[in-house]
Design a protein around this ligand. Structure first.
Ligand code: PLP
Length: 392
């Protein structure tokens, strides 16, 4: 008798549950905000990537409403057939100008933008180097491609150098998260750009968590170290996190953007983002620029406040200066238990467990927003200090 799918999957579920790694969703019954309704209870939200509080911003919502009136709901087709509308086009131009690139290309989301590199750039004989802690979508792009995928130790430039001298390859691509999504620390972008350049390679910087947050007015991680997309640097940014909307882009020199339009399967073979969403993103982008850095400033103040209050209560944080402030717990079951206790006390702070993070490094990932108030942060720190030190 062949094994049945049902038996096999039931067995796998058993293992997942025994390891304390079962995943379940909780359903919100309110808009994304610093406080949300979860199973009928109002809770403080420290789990969202809505770093600038724009997901429920009245100006952005109004733009989305108007755009639905004008453009309808669906885009109806892929960009190359007849789904590319003027809000998409204007958004691409606005993003390119904002980040200082020649061109930008919109994708449905960041996952698909990252996957684009496998079909558009990588061939047999090429080498793709990636940071060990890169986002799953970058890793998947490498696995989908025929290039040789190698992962270097987290942020370790000397490991990159060693790999470059030990492996034969045609062309090099190096891909890194700019701000690591589950750690909050920042990649050595200048060093990586230099090493890539020396080897005639391309550097793909995934700035899902830096775009809108770091750099002048939120221009991103590259901007924060005096670089920009162009030359041998491509920047991927997302619109579903700090910009409170949905979608993603790759920005860089025109030749690479044109090539993505020719060859990126995750661009070509999919329905375009709804034009109303592109219009909402465009408003979100201009709103951020009009605020002239005020949103990023209040976010930085919240980060500094959270770190100071945590230190004062003896709460140990991972090293990070970004809105992502994880508390390492190690054991998955413990992380899950602490997260449940926090929820009982009115704080939504989800545990992040393997395989999202390496084995034995389960954590609480505090995500701060400019929309949090100091008193909300005080409540978080109080509840954390009760629950994290406790014998759970
Ligand atoms: C969220 C995220 C993505 C995926 O972006 P989506 O638009 O949510 O698909 C890619 N890379 C990193 C580092 C991310 O955190």
């Amino acid at each position: 008798m062949k094994a049945t799918w049902r038996d096999d999957i039931n067995r796998r579920h058993q293992c997942i549950k025994e390891a304390g790694l079962w995943r379940a969703r909780s359903t919100l019954s309110s808009a994304q905000s610093s406080e949300v309704l979860l199973s009928g209870a109002q809770v403080l939200n420290f789990s969202s990537n809505d770093y600038l509080g724009l997901a429920n911003n009245p100006v952005v919502k109004e733009a989305a409403k108007q755009a639905v009136h004008r453009w309808g709901v669906g885009s109806g087709a892929s960009h190359l057939v007849c789904g590319h509308a003027s809000p998409h086009h204007e958004l691409e131009q606005a993003i390119a100008k904002f980040v200082g690139a020649e061109r930008a290309l919109l994708f449905s989301n960041g996952y698909m933008a990252n996957l684009a590199i496998s079909s558009a750039f990588l061939n047999k004989g090429d080498l793709l180097l990636q940071d060990k802690l890169n986002h799953a979508s970058l890793i998947d792009a490498g696995l989908l491609s025929r290039a040789l995928l190698r992962r270097y130790a987290h942020c370790d430039l000397s490991h990159v150098k060693r790999m470059l001298s030990n492996v034969e390859f045609n062309k090099l691509m190096l891909a890194t998260d700019a701000v690591f999504s589950m750690d909050g620390d920042v990649a050595p972008l200048a060093g990586l750009a230099l090493l890539t350049e020396k080897n005639n390679g391309l550097l793909l910087v995934d700035d899902a968590h830096g775009f809108g947050v770091l750099g002048d007015c939120g221009r991103g991680s590259l901007n924060s170290v005096g670089l920009k997309p162009g030359g041998n640097v491509l920047m991927m940014g997302t619109l579903g996190k700090a910009f409170g909307s949905f979608g993603a882009f790759i920005a860089g020199d025109g030749v690479y953007i044109d090539h993505l339009i020719q060859a990126a399967r995750s661009y070509i073979y999919t329905t375009a983002l709804p034009p109303s969403i592109a219009a909402a993103s465009l408003t979100s982008l201009s709103y951020v620029q009009e605020q002239g850095g005020a949103l990023q400033k209040s976010l930085s103040q919240n980060i500094a406040y959270f770190k100071a209050q945590s230190a004062a209560t003896g709460l140990v944080l991972m090293p990070s200066n970004t809105p992502i402030q994880p508390i390492l717990l190690g054991d998955s079951a413990r992380a899950q238990k602490v997260s449940a206790k926090l929820l009982d006390r009115g704080v939504l702070l989800r545990a992040i467990r393997p395989p999202t993070v390496p084995e034995g490094t389960a954590r609480l990932r505090v995500a701060l927003s400019s929309s949090h108030s100091f008193s909300q942060i005080d409540r978080l720190v109080n509840v954390l200090s009760e629950v994290v030190d406790g014998q759970c």
